[in-house]
Design a protein. Structure first.
Length: 387
């Protein structure tokens, strides 16, 4: 099996490369095979026999638990670390009690600190906003800190009581109104974590000819965490990217203004929770999370996991109705990351042509369009690739 190597900040990708793939829960059984078929066709159309992906299926999620008793087997994490670049379908995360989010586990265990989510509109896709063509942003969401670090204790637990005593007795905190029934969470935001995320966003803006980077935060309320993110971001930009336009906006104002004036924003750098809200709102503006791609990247080690950004939709699993576009567009990002730009461009052009002609799955097909199953949509893209 052929591994990607990384040195001096550069990926070195063999012509035949092994890519671990997690099928995912729910509709993963539909969209992941569709993604692999399209990517294989695009690589063949672009490079003939000169390049090829060897897909290495690795288990995670419900199927892994049913087979092994583990939601994320150590061998799967090892494969993602060893082969450096991988791709995954959606994985289920219960609300409240249940196992730790597998998506968060991957991001934290591999230190994939940058969640990168491009958002753009495709002609032919129905949007709830009047001018979706003005939406063209790339969100850089910090992936390892903030409330997603998972440092929290349930109400009434010994840990919650102990933490409250420390806050009250040692630090003089008086703002906890109902201490006996309060759950507690810790929100770590560091200078180092903020700077490396903003550095990645700024470098992306430079490399892709983007106009500006906007720091999105709630520093007006959380002055030392989110306010620190803003301050450290500005400091990093002034030190390392003095010619780049860098600005900031409060999160709630950002969510409003992107609906009114989306053309004012280009590359977004923000913290974990803000980025979750913002990327989903922006996706809704261009047609929904069904066409929103995502990547989780550590630019310092080269590790990356590309993923569908939507849920598992278990009611649709195995029905052939699921839209594979989010995972397909994430695969486009993966191909770009590998340096196989010709294949990435081919998939993007074929996908855009299908949308433009009204060829899509039921969730986004226009009233007068051609409604496809998951496999039919993948085949329509492959046909476009080969024309």
């Amino acid at each position: 099996m052929s591994r990607i190597t990384f040195d001096n900040g550069q990926l070195h990708v063999p012509d035949t490369v092994t890519i671990p793939v997690i099928t995912g829960d729910g509709i993963g059984v539909d969209i992941t095979p569709a993604m692999k078929a399209v990517v294989d066709a695009a690589v063949a159309a672009s490079f003939g026999d000169a390049k090829r992906i060897d897909w290495l299926d690795v288990p995670a999620g419900e199927a892994a638990f049913n087979a092994t008793g583990e939601w994320m087997p150590p061998a799967t994490l090892h494969a993602c670390r060893e082969y450096r670049v991988s791709i995954k379908g959606p994985l289920a995360t219960p609300v409240g009690d249940g196992h730790r989010s597998l998506n968060v586990a991957l991001r934290q265990d591999l230190d994939l600190y940058a969640c990168v989510r491009p958002v753009r509109w495709f002609e032919g896709v129905t949007s709830p906003v009047k001018q979706p063509e003005k939406v063209d942003m790339v969100v850089f969401r910090e992936n390892t800190e903030d409330v997603y670090a998972g440092i929290e204790w349930p109400a009434g637990s010994p840990e919650a009581r102990r933490l409250f005593r420390f806050l009250s007795d040692d630090l003089g905190v008086r703002q906890v109104r109902f201490p006996s029934s309060s759950a507690f969470g810790i929100k770590p935001v560091s200078r180092d974590g903020s700077r490396r995320l903003v550095r990645a966003a700024c470098q992306y803006a430079i490399d892709h000819g983007r106009r500006s980077v906007t720091l999105v935060h709630k520093g007006n309320i959380m002055k030392f965490t989110e306010g620190g993110f803003r301050q450290w971001g500005y400091e990093l930009a002034a030190e390392e990217f003095p010619g780049l336009v860098v600005k900031d906006v409060i999160t709630d104002a950002f969510l409003q203004d992107t609906l009114l004036h989306p053309e004012n924003y280009d590359v977004i750098a923000t913290l974990n929770l803000n980025g979750d809200y913002a990327s989903d709102q922006l996706a809704a503006m261009v047609g929904g999370v069904g066409i929103a791609p995502g990547a989780n990247i550590n630019y310092e080690t080269g590790h990356a996991v590309f993923e569908a950004t939507h849920g598992t939709a278990p009611n649709l699993a195995g029905t052939g109705q699921a839209n594979p576009s989010s995972l397909l567009l994430s695969a486009v990002m993966m191909l770009e990351y590998l340096g196989w730009q010709a294949s990435a461009d081919a998939v993007m052009a074929a996908l855009a042509a299908c949308y433009r002609q009204g060829v899509a799955t039921a969730d986004i097909a226009p009233a007068d369009g051609q409604v496809c199953s998951t496999a039919e949509f993948a085949q329509a893209i492959i046909t476009k690739l080969n024309q």
